[in-house]
Design a protein around this ligand. Structure first.
Ligand code: HEC
Length: 177
C-alpha cells in the first residue's frame, strides 16, 4: 500500500519532466536567434547616446563642483554659449541672467541672478553641475545639452553676464542680439 502510494506520487511528480522532454514540446524560446546577454555582443554604433543621456564622469552636482573647465573662453565658445543660453536658460533666468525670465515667474523660489556676486562665487564646475543635474527646483538639462555645450554656457555666463559693460564680448553679444 505504501509502495503503491509512493509509485503514484513519483509518477505524478515526474509527469512535467517527461512531458517537457517529449519531442513536440518546443516553444518559441528554442530558436537560433541571439538571446539576451548572449555573445556576440555588437558594439554600439559611434555617437550613440545612452537612454539616460550622455555619460558624465561625475555622479552629481557635488562631485562636479571642482571640475576644471576644459574649454577656454574664446569668442567662438562664448558665441556658442550665448546661443545655448537663449534656448535653455533665458526662459527662466531672463535675457541678462537676472532671474527675470517669463517662465521663471511661476517658481516660488525665483531663478538665481546669474550676474550677481553670489553666482560669481560659484565654481565653473558647480554651474556646469547645476545644468547637468539640476538644482533644488531647477530641472536638469543633461538630456538636451552635451558636456561641451554646458562648458560653453559657463563661459558665456562668466564672460558676458558677469562682466561689467565695456567688455568687448558684451558689446559684440549685444550687437548681435
Ligand atoms: C525652468 C526654469 C529654469 C531654467 C530653464 C533654468 N533654470 Fe537655473 N534655476 C532655476 C531656479 C528656479 C533656480 C533657483 C532655485 C534652485 O536652485 O533650484 C535656478 C538656479 C540656478 C543656479 C544657481 C544654483 C545654486 O547653487 O544656487 C544656476 C547657476 C543656474 N540656475 C543656471 C542655469 C543655467 C546655466 C541654465 C540654462 C542651461 C538654467 N539655469 C536654466 C530655474 C531654471
Amino acid at each position: 500500500m505504501k509502495n503503491k502510494a509512493l509509485a503514484i506520487g513519483l509518477a505524478v511528480a515526474l509527469v512535467p519532466v517527461v512531458a517537457g522532454a517529449w519531442p513536440w514540446s518546443r516553444d518559441m524560446m528554442n530558436q537560433p536567434s541571439i538571446k539576451p546577454q548572449e555573445p556576440p555582443v555588437i558594439p554600439y554604433p559611434k555617437d550613440s547616446v545612452p537612454v539616460g543621456g550622455p555619460w558624465t564622469k561625475v555622479r552629481d552636482r557635488d562631485a562636479a563642483e571642482n571640475l576644471k573647465n576644459p574649454i577656454p573662453p574664446t569668442p567662438e565658445s562664448v558665441a556658442k554659449g550665448r546661443a545655448l543660453f537663449k534656448i535653455y536658460c533665458f526662459p527662466c533666468h531672463g535675457p541678462n541672467g537676472k532671474g527675470d525670465g517669463p517662465v521663471g515667474k511661476v517658481f516660488e523660489v525665483p531663478p538665481a541672478d546669474l550676474s550677481s556676486d553670489y553666482a560669481k562665487e560659484l565654481t565653473d564646475g558647480w554651474i556646469w553641475g547645476t545644468i547637468t543635474f539640476g538644482s533644488y527646483v531647477m530641472p536638469p538639462y543633461r538630456w538636451d545639452t552635451s558636456p561641451e555645450e554646458r562648458w560653453h554656457i559657463v563661459n558665456y555666463i562668466r564672460q558676458v553676464l558677469q562682466k561689467e559693460r565695456g567688455n568687448p564680448l558684451v558689446k559684440s553679444a549685444k550687437k548681435e542680439d
